[in-house]
Design a protein around this ligand. Structure first.
Ligand code: ADP
Ligand code: ZN
Length: 218
């Protein structure tokens, strides 16, 4: 099963993928996580792309596509399939992903558009906190950790992503509207688009995707 998750920053793509990847037995590939790992490692690529992420802009297509291609080629032989989170984000990336997959005789089953309203997305992003050690994601109000500032899973310290400040969030939303929203039409034209209401809480969204997978979405 190969699923592409679409939706604005804060729509809940990462939360959904984390909740379902084991149950569905798919690889969860998040370009945001791959990019943050490069930056944290201080690699040459990491140094080059840091400024894009910090301003809320997009990392150049070639750089991201190379990362994705590497990840797919090193993992596809196990046949588990994928949940792509945060990729593709431009029409060029969507075309690249189709090309990479078809070269491996794979293809996307559907694209899930997680439609969320602006107020909800802003509230989620400003309240988001992430574990420094294991990457688990919390929300100050919606999904608080048991002890403030401490990860339930591993005891690591929680922090706020540098791009989760209001100014950068505003930029990310503009970039989303200009570059990423149009790819919804790309998948619609392929007859692969499914839409769910992502304003609902994480559990309802999870059930909505399972219903689609069970053919109960009509
Ligand atoms: P969100 O979806 O909440 O914005 P992500 O973790 O998916 O968060 O992405 C964070 C940042 O990483 C983006 O603002 C962008 O700079 C960069 N990024 C992630 N995925 C891509 C991509 N496919 N193409 C270009 N840049 C990307
Ligand atoms: Zn943790």
């Amino acid at each position: 099963m190969i699923i592409v998750l679409l939706g604005a920053p804060g729509a809940g793509k990462g939360t959904l993928a984390t909740a379902l990847k084991d149950q569905l037995g798919v690889h969860h590939i998040s370009t945001g996580d791959l990019i943050r790992a490069e930056i944290k490692a201080g690699s040459a690529i990491g140094l080059e792309i840091k400024r894009y992420v910090e301003s809320g802009g997009l990392v150049p297509d070639e750089v991201v596509t190379k990362m994705i291609e590497g990840k797919i080629k090193s993992s596809y032989t196990d046949g588990k399939g994928y949940m792509f989170d945060g990729y593709p984000r431009t029409n060029a990336q969507a075309a690249d992903l189709d090309k990479i997959l078809s070269g491996l005789k794979l293809n996307i089953n559907f694209a899930l558009y997680m439609e969320a309203s602006m107020d909800v997305v802003l509230m989620r992003l400003t309240g988001r906190r992430v574990c420094k050690s294991c990457g688990a994601v919390y929300h100050l109000k919606n999904m608080p950790s048991k002890v403030a500032g401490v990860c339930d899973a591993c005891g690591g310290a929680l922090y706020q992503r540098t791009d989760d400040n209001e100014e950068t969030i505003r930029n990310r939303m503009t970039v989303y509207a200009d570059n990423t929203k149009p790819i919804i039409d790309f998948y619609k034209a392929q007859g692969k688009l499914k839409t769910i209401n992502a304003d609902k809480d994480a559990e309802d969204v999870r059930v909505a995707l399972l219903n689609i997978l069970n053919g109960k979405d009509v």
